[in-house]
Design a protein around this ligand. Structure first.
Ligand SMILES: CC(C)(COP(=O)(O)OP(=O)(O)OC[C@H]1O[C@@H](n2cnc3c(N)ncnc32)[C@H](O)[C@@H]1OP(=O)(O)O)[C@@H](O)C(=O)NCCC(=O)NCCS
Length: 186
């Protein structure tokens, strides 16, 4: 094991700048609002979205089901946890009688009028359809309804698809930070 430092960007957006119109959801997909019973669904979606990604090295809890369950339970118990900024994406094609959860996002209100996006994830087989953008937009509306004016998140610098997604929505890099993580060397 050894310590590796991951370069990460803090990115911010002013909520007054986000477009008012909701991006259209592709057919067969739906957004599900938060309820306490959804902790296991968010945890499972987190695991599927992150287990094979770089962020599972940055945050090892994202690489196991138990870690994702612990993390999700902890987020939902935070003082500033914001149900209105916390959503799931469900896929339910007509020919399939079982719906599948394929995306997750959570929001927390922090000090100074800031909201913080925790983890955005879309399962690999559902990426590139605009779902990530829709999920972030929906969460930003929830922060706005809660009376917040700005939202920030942190993203690993090498995570190009995520950085591009946030920039396209209107987030701007405000700071570079380094996250130390213990990583197993081959
Ligand atoms: C980052 C992540 C959430 C993006 O999700 P996504 O649903 O693929 O995002 P989108 O579909 O909105 O955008 C992705 C690409 O698809 C394109 N796209 C959007 N709608 C599209 C459509 N209808 N048809 C074709 N392509 C489309 C976008 O232009 C974008 O391309 P670009 O990166 O070249 O600009 C996803 O890759 C993911 O879960 N990654 C692993 C977890 C992670 O790292 N999360 C971020 C933590 S900070």
């Amino acid at each position: 094991m050894g310590i590796t430092y991951f370069k990460r960007y803090r990115m911010e957006i002013e909520l007054r700048l986000i477009p008012a119109d909701a991006p259209a959801l592709p057919a067969d997909y739906a957004l599900l609002a938060w309820s306490e019973q959804m902790i296991p669904l968010h945890a499972d979606a987190k695991f599927r979205c992150f287990c094979d990604e770089m962020d599972a090295s940055v945050f090892p809890c994202l690489g196991s089901r138990a870690g994702c369950k612990r993390l999700m339970t902890e987020i939902a118990a935070r003082d500033g946890f914001l149900p209105s900024a916390t959503w799931l994406v469900q896929h339910w094609p007509e020919e399939n009688r079982r719906p599948e959860i394929c995306g997750t996002i959570q929001g927390v209100a922090e000090s100074g009028g800031y909201g913080a996006i925790q983890n955005v994830g879309i399962a690999p087989e559902h990426r590139g359809r605009g779902l990530g953008a829709i999920l972030v937009w929906q969460s930003l509306q929830g922060f706005k309804q809660a009376g917040l004016s700005r939202v920030f998140l942190e993203v690993t610098a090498q995570n190009t698809p995520a950085v591009r997604l946030y920039q396209r929505i209107g987030f701007r890099k405000t700071k570079t930070v380094y996250k130390a993580s213990e990583v197993a060397y081959a």
